[in-house]
Design a protein around this ligand. Structure first.
Ligand code: CA
Length: 236
């Protein structure tokens, strides 16, 4: 990173050399500091010894497999974000991965954009990426610039708080999907046990954000009754 900020370190555990190299190249290009290892044993040793922001873990490894590595890492490092690579259509593997402590998964063969999106989401969820560190993005007709804390649309420009930035970034990331109040409380407010928290605070914050950014048209942020909210890119 040009500003000298420390790069997020990502451990890639994958025995297939072309995939391992491809992953490391993509992650390095995205501004992360990847380190690739070939076996589950090496992956476990590295993860425990050198403290990574994220572990990308292939499931099918010779020797110690991804499930066992995942379980061992999780036992030693309860907060370690782990992204598992599974074979397409193997729902049992995904469920087993979650049961052994994986946070998320990507199925092979994966697209670069899909992988990068899941990596960013996991790092953000784990609180290791601040909204202000995100690149500029589109929200409806607005161009949101996290670094300056502003959004622009034609001649209009407005200031956004870190919380508002985090909400908009979350909606864009989950575009077209329902975002529950629980997810918002977890990811934006950082509550680890949000069921117990009054969700009215979320509704008030969203109401305020709508009035601020919706330019008087139909809201880009839909309310989904009994569930939460939904933003769909290309609308509003
Ligand atoms: Ca493999």
């Amino acid at each position: 990173m040009s500003d000298g900020a420390e790069k997020r370190r990502i451990l890639v555990v994958e025995d297939e050399e072309t995939i391992r190299r491809g992953l490391c190249d993509v992650l390095a290009y995205q501004g992360y500091a990847p380190n690739g290892v070939e076996t589950g044993e090496d992956g476990l040793r590295e993860a425990l010894a050198n403290g990574y922001d994220l572990v990308v873990l292939d499931l099918m490894l010779p020797g110690m497999n991804g499930f066992d590595v995942c379980e061992a890492v999780r036992a030693a490092l309860p907060d370690q974000p782990i992204l598992m690579l599974t074979a397409r259509g193997s729902e049992e593997d995904v469920l087993a991965g979650f049961a052994r402590g994986a946070d998320d998964y990507v199925t092979k063969p994966f697209s670069v954009s899909e992988l990068v999106a899941r990596v960013q989401a996991l790092l953000r969820r784990s609180g290791r990426v601040r909204a202000e560190d995100q690149p500029a993005f589109e929200f409806g007709r607005w161009k949101v610039e996290p670094a300056s804390g502003r959004a622009r649309c034609g001649d209009a420009s407005l200031e956004l708080s870190p919380r508002e930035l985090a909400i908009l970034a979350l909606f864009v990331r989950e575009s077209g999907r329902i975002v529950s109040r629980r997810m918002l409380l977890h990811e934006v407010w950082g509550f680890s046990n949000p069921e117990k928290i009054e969700t009215r605070t979320v509704d008030m914050q969203i109401g305020k954000l709508r009035r601020k950014i919706d330019l008087g048209e139909a809201s880009a942020i839909e309310t989904i009754r009994g569930a939460g909210y939904r933003y769909t890119a290309g609308r509003g």
